[in-house]
Ligand binder design. Structure first.
Ligand SMILES: Cc1cc2nc3c(=O)[nH]c(=O)nc-3n(C[C@H](O)[C@H](O)[C@H](O)COP(=O)(O)OP(=O)(O)OC[C@H]3O[C@@H](n4cnc5c(N)ncnc54)[C@H](O)[C@@H]3O)c2cc1C
Ligand code: SF4
Length: 483
């Protein structure tokens, strides 16, 4: 059972952040060796591995559980990392209730799931501690190079897989640190930043070059990248925030979710963040309202509650059952003291330079919409006011206009603005330009980003092999003709 502990009301410092980590023990708790093998031995080796089927990476879960149960952790690590580039990350942040664990036969029988994610995390954390995870060993260096735009899970998984095959890899990212949403989106209390840094440092030590603070389309042109590399992967994620469009006065205390989360993640990395220190992006002593009901909204409310606010409320227009994200995160938020105003829709922001009150209405759920969820309808006469000092809008993301940013009109996009690829070759309409991750799927999950990164690496390898053999055939023909 999680416990919310009242925190001291002072501006967070390194010491107070560390002390909060101790207070919110559930996040940083680690399995002991005994506990991991005890849990792993609960797997009934049922012969119908629904867990494996429902893991996007089709991880060989039953086999590494068996190895963990027998305390053969190095072998368990080898097996688990053969299908997953970041098992310790997925073990921490996959919505297991919707994937592997939700489909565990023991869970279905009502006896509580085998805690697959926690065991996966334990195995790889242990492998790091034991020094089993080393830089990639390259057997054959190739001269062909691949440029990867975006250092999120999709770009990083592709970079690792291609480097293993000996390609020269450069990863470009507009952020100052690699990791994408792993570093600046997902909060520290779900995924400690050291875990991400260890992964990205290993890639650097493996010979992958990172060009950071490098925005393709402004710092460097897409055309230049095409000239410099034999293939390009676009793995830029989706970052254009949806808005409820009520902030007509541009009030300074209405902020998009990513701005709020990035500031807090930077603080967790001990960066100087002016807008956090001056209070703009800090919940300390404030009545915080988060609008939205997805995973990003849950990350915002749970981040806010850790900053000693006066109160944190989440406003969502449907009910708890119809929330789009992981129910596990919602339950965590409730247990940590977040107040949920379900079936509530903001209709007006009231205030000047700062919004002080949100006018909202209550909703009823009507018939299901195209996604199968029941459509919310306003209840007449239900208008009410909610006091606020900080409003965080967490309403989802759209892709940015990549063809425009890259000045590449031939790059085709779908109606949703995601990049249009051939799903077999993962190549866009332009020869040698591939795409993967959220920029193809729309907002998704880390584990799907890793899966796409691994798949696109295979596609790029096949493409470059073909290109190389064509080149050899042509050269041989030229030599033959010349003789
Ligand atoms: C707040 C939040 C919480 C989440 N929590 C979870 C969770 O708990 N579990 C889970 O499984 N998933 C979660 N997700 C979803 C998950 O993070 C994404 O699905 C995943 O990160 C997508 O990976 P990606 O590599 O496609 O893109 P990203 O991780 O977004 O990485 C894209 C990278 O491209 C870079 N980039 C973009 N444009 C350019 C450019 N022009 N030039 C150079 N670089 C560029 C960006 O800086 C970024 O580093 C969460 C998402 C959010 C927003
Ligand atoms: S990667 Fe995610 S879905 Fe797959 S086994 Fe690990 S925690 Fe479960």
């Amino acid at each position: 059972m999680l416990k919310f502990v009242n925190l001291p009301r002072n501006t967070p410092t390194k010491e107070s952040i560390d002390s909060r980590k101790k207070n919110f023990k559930e996040i940083y708790a680690r399995y002991s060796n005994n506990k991991a093998s005890e849990q792993a031995s609960r797997c009934s080796q049922c012969g119908v591995p629904f867990c494996q089927v429902h893991c996007p990476l089709h991880n060989n879960i039953p086999d590494w559980l068996k190895l963990a149960a027998e305390d053969r952790l190095e072998e368990a690590y080898e097996l688990s990392s053969s299908t997953n580039n970041m098992p310790e990350v997925c073990g921490r942040i996959c919505p297991q209730d919707k994937l592997c664990e939700g489909n565990c036969v023991i869970e279905q029988a009502g006896h509580g799931t085998v805690t697959i994610g926690s065991i996966e995390k334990y195995i790889t954390d242990h492998a790091w501690d034991q020094g089993w995870i080393k830089p990639i060993k390259i057997n054959l260096e190739r001269s062909q190079s691949v440029g990867i735009i975006g250092a999120g899970p999709a770009g990083l998984a592709a970079a690792e897989e291609l480097r293993k095959k000996g390609y020269q890899i450069t990863v470009y990212d507009r952020y100052d640190r690699p990791g994408g949403l792993l570093i600046y989106g997902i909060p520290n209390f779900k995924l400690e930043k050291e875990v991400v840094l260890k992964r990205t440092n290993r890639l650097k030590e493996s010979g992958i070059e990172f060009k950071l603070n490098c925005e393709v389309g402004s710092t460097v042109s897409f055309k230049k990248l095409k000239e410099n590399h034999d293939a390009i992967l676009i793995a830029t994620g989706v970052y254009k925030p949806h808005s409820i469009n009520l902030n007509t006065n541009n009030a300074s205390n209405v902020v998009p979710a990513m701005e709020f989360l990035t500031a807090s993640n930077r603080k967790g990395l001990y960066d100087k963040v002016e807008n956090f220190d001056n209070g703009k992006l800090n919940s300390f002593n404030k009545n915080v309202l988060v609008i939205g009901g997805g995973d990003t909204a849950m990350d915002c409310v749970r981040t806010a509650i850790r900053q000693s606010p006066a109160s944190v409320k989440c406003l969502y227009r449907r009910d708890q059952k119809n929330m789009p994200g992981s129910q596990r995160d919602v339950l965590n938020a409730i247990e940590e003291g977040i107040e949920f105003n379900w079936l509530t829709l903001p209709i007006n922001y009231i205030g000047g330079e700062k919004i002080e009150i949100i006018k909202a209405v209550k909703m009823n759920l009507g018939s299901p919409d195209e996604t199968g969820r029941r459509h919310p309808v306003q209840v007449s006469g239900s208008e009410h006011e909610i006091k606020c000092d900080l409003v965080i809008e967490a309403l989802g993301f759209d892709p940015e206009n990549i063809p425009k940013i890259f000045n590449e009109p031939d790059l085709q996009v779908t109606q949703r603005g995601t990049i249009n690829i051939n799903f077999k070759s993962m190549m866009s309409k332009i020869d040698g330009i591939f795409a993967a991750g959220d920029i193809v799927r729309g907002s998704s999950l880390v584990v799907w980003g890793i899966k796409d990164g691994r798949d696109v690496a295979t596609c790029i390898h096949n493409y470059l092999e073909e290109k190389y053999s064509k080149f050899i055939r042509l050269s041989n023909k030229k030599v033959a003709n010349a003789i």
